[in-house]
Design a protein around this ligand. Structure first.
Ligand code: 5GP
Length: 113
């Protein structure tokens, strides 16, 4: 069950501060508060989805397309097109998901192992 009190829901509602680099009516992109790479950005849809799995199962096709196209544009905005970057999603506790609101990580700025 989706928990309205998760950190990203609070950030989306403006109840918690974040270092926002992009926002539109469907998603936000923020710097990760505990970066594991020189560039570590989180792309977060505003809809209430627990995980990537939930998002892919329940979001509208247009919302999914917008999300991934905008993620690519955000990577370009960060000049990562040439440098290279990784996108990843942890799905579920055992995979390392700690915030149960769908998000993608964009990682770059060093050689990633
Ligand atoms: P997950 O582990 O769920 O894949 O990713 C959650 C991410 O959220 C982690 O990389 C963690 O560092 C980040 N994070 C946790 N709390 C906050 C916060 O309050 N603000 C921001 N900007 N990032 C956070």
């Amino acid at each position: 069950m989706y928990d309205d009190n998760n950190i990203f829901a609070k950030i989306i509602r403006g109840e918690m501060d974040s270092d926002k680099i992009y926002e539109d009516d469907k998603l936000i992109a923020i710097h990760d508060a505990y970066p594991t790479a020189p560039i570590h950005v989180l792309v977060i849809p505003k809809g209430k989805y627990i995980s990537f799995h939930d998002f892919m199962e329940n979001a509208a096709a247009e919302e999914i397309a917008h999300f991934f196209k905008t993620t690519k544009q955000i990577a370009e905005m960060l000049n990562l097109g040439d440098k290279g970057y990784r996108i990843l999603a942890n799905i579920g506790k055992t995979a390392g998901q700690t915030v149960f609101h769908m998000h993608l990580h964009i990682l770059s700025g060093k050689t990633l192992q």
